[in-house]
Design a protein. Sequence first.
Length: 136
Amino acid sequence: MERHYPKFIIILSLLIIVICGAGYFLWGKDRMSVAYQQATAGLSEKEALLVLDYGDDKERWFKGEIQSGMTVANVIQASSMAGNFDYKINSHVSSLDGVASNGSKNWHCYLNSEQVDGQIAKQKVNPKDKIVCKYQ
């Protein structure tokens, strides 16, 4: 059973993500390292970071305020509204931004460098967390 959050929480999260400078593209590992350090060092006590890693040196990053009770799936949902990308989530991510898992390459989500096991719709997110969804 999927839990639905009130629209005002989703809209508030969306506005915060947009205000905080929603998604931007980075290419190249050297620039990613510096940008990642700056982005994680710059997180406020209420923010988290989401990185979509497409596996071809292309990434999209989103930073925004976390509301109490938010999950990895909620963060992806709020970021998709701000970044204008589609997604499909079952117990795991099966498609992000038009890139679908296909058996040989799949989306894997990590919360603070630990792979998220189980359902991402149940994995709670806290301020200062770093979520990385990698296509590998």
